[in-house]
Design a protein around this ligand. Structure first.
Ligand code: FES
Length: 328
């Protein structure tokens, strides 16, 4: 380890159960225990991209060991990584690692805390979104908290950690493979079979998350009954257009391109703006809107706040028209 927050880790094991999936075990070079983490936490790993840049990617920490030591003094970190062939190269870097390689990482942090409650938990994983949820179901078993898990994926061979999850959860694990069922998960029936006190934890791709969140809203679920993490970075949507942002405070007008967020545009212009998750989940990047229609794409603002149109999460949301005037 180089300092309290940056770690030099050795790839101790790697296996590839499917061409798009790998499991990596990282350990300290001296065999020492690693910084602790809680269920839902992730490791930031420095990845080398094809354009020569080094960037950071988040990988959830996977844990099947219910002992206290496994989290408070872990002797390894287990990650699951899905290869995104069309991505910028972070997952290609991870898939190209071999045993003995060194990776640089930052100490674990947690943007998806599990909490101390003991209400029954329904855990819904979509694809590689299973990774933060494994530690949560392990924690449920440790505490005796009732839990059941639905794990959905395109096909059965694209599911990671199924054998371990079966051992841990037995009949409390349900698998859904789109290919076998010839349809995606029936979100309405998932929500309709929940007991009134069940809390939902979700991690997966945007369509699954959107369907569960809007279904929960329609059923009048209070927001605290559904906890989620979006697995992939926000995607461009068909029909996205460039638009201008007018910054009233600094009297600048900037052009936001089709392939960038308002946040990225402001950062490129040297503006000092607050942000954290960059996925529309944490609320940190909120900015007052003085004029223009907002295309809200976050998971933070309430329906009333969206309808009022006075706030925008600049990491994901865009303009519906040619211009937005921001109080910046
Ligand atoms: S940075 Fe988290 S919502 Fe925008």
């Amino acid at each position: 380890m180089t300092n309290s927050s940056t770690l030099q880790l050795r790839v101790a094991a790697i296996d590839r159960p499917h061409p798009l999936l790998c499991r990596l075990v990282l350990r300290a070079f001296d065999g020492a225990s690693l910084p602790p983490y809680d269920p839902g936490a992730h490791l930031q790993v420095a990845v080398h991209l094809p354009d020569g840049k080094v960037d950071w990617r988040h990988y959830s920490l996977v844990n099947f060991d219910a002992s206290e030591a496994a989290r408070s003094r872990p002797d390894h970190y287990l990650l699951g990584v899905r290869l995104e062939p069309a991505g910028r190269g972070g997952s290609r870097f991870m898939h190209g690692l071999v045993v003995g390689d060194t990776v640089t990482a930052r100490s674990p942090r947690n943007d998806f805390p599990f909490g101390d409650g003991n209400a029954p938990a329904l855990v819904v994983a979509g694809g590689i979104g299973v990774t933060p949820l494994v530690s949560m179901v392990t924690e449920c078993r440790r505490r005796g908290r009732p839990v059941r898990m639905l794990y959905a994926s395109r096909s059965r061979d694209q599911m990671l950690f199924v054998d371990e999850l079966r051992l841990l959860l037995g009949d409390d694990l349900s698998l859904h493979a789109d290919e076998e069922a010839a349809r995606p998960v029936d979100v309405a029936s998932v929500l309709d079979t929940c007991s009134p006190d069940e809390v939902l934890y979700v991690c997966g791709p945007q369509p699954l998350l959107d369907a569960l969140l809007s279904g929960a809203r329609q059923r009048g679920w209070p927001p605290e009954r559904i906890r989620f993490e979006l697995f992939s970075a926000p995607q461009m949507q068909l029909g996205d257009q460039p638009f201008d942002v007018v910054l009233v405070g600094s009297r600048q007008t900037l052009r936001v391109g089709v392939d960038q967020s308002i946040l990225e545009c402001l950062e490129a212009a040297g503006c000092d703006v607050l942000a954290d998750c960059r996925r529309g989940e944490c609320g940190v990047c909120v900015v007052p809107v003085l004029d223009g229609d907002v295309d809200h794409r976050d998971h933070v603002l309430s329906t009333a706040e969206r309808d009022a149109g006075k706030l925008i999460q600049i990491c994901v949301s865009r303009a519906k028209g040619p211009r937005l005037v921001l109080d910046l």
